[in-house]
Design a protein. Structure first.
Length: 169
């Protein structure tokens, strides 16, 4: 009888351990998923200095305070801050004409991440990169574009309707 009680208690405890291990694994998986989906990656077909300038412009537009911007071995790191977010933007030159951006926004300086803010910084950077060039650049390019235009043709004559058909006026 005592052996049966010991066996029942031991089997119950071992079941709890397996449940606890499973729950711990699920918790770790959820934490890893949160971390992976909240870090934003984006690749631009622009040189690293161009993407850096666009990212800085995006921070100004979003009223996010720049803390620092520095070159590192494999690229650049931009650090910024809002009242409750620490933001880190990593830029890595993949080639001379392509740059990978990694944006992480930590909530209240802790472990929690704000994926929406990180994604919006990348979206705003892309918008800055897609803006049309300033008017001064357009004006400088206008003479070159005019030189490539074909010569103007004579003004077209108005088309007359066939005989017997009255045109609406």
């Amino acid at each position: 009888m005592r052996l049966l009680i010991v066996f029942l208690v031991a089997s119950t405890l071992s079941g709890c351990a397996s449940i606890a291990i499973t729950l711990a694994g699920l918790g770790a998986g959820a934490g890893a998923n949160h971390w992976m989906t909240s870090v934003n990656y984006h690749t631009f077909t622009e040189p690293i200095d161009t993407v850096r300038q666009a990212a800085l412009t995006s921070l100004v537009r979003m009223e996010i305070e720049l803390q620092s911007s520095e070159r590192i071995d494999d690229g650049m790191v931009i650090k910024a801050r809002t009242s409750n977010r620490d933001i880190e933007i990593g830029l890595e030159a993949i080639t001379e004409k392509s740059t990978r951006m990694r944006v992480v926004a930590h909530e209240d300086g802790g472990f929690l991440l704000d994926g929406a803010t990180a994604a919006e910084i990348a979206v705003q950077t892309e918008k800055v990169l897609n803006l049309p060039p300033p008017k001064a650049v357009k004006a400088a390019a206008a003479p070159a574009a005019a030189a490539k235009k074909p010569p103007a043709t004579a003004a077209a004559k108005p088309v007359q309707p066939p005989a017997g058909i009255v045109a609406d006026r």
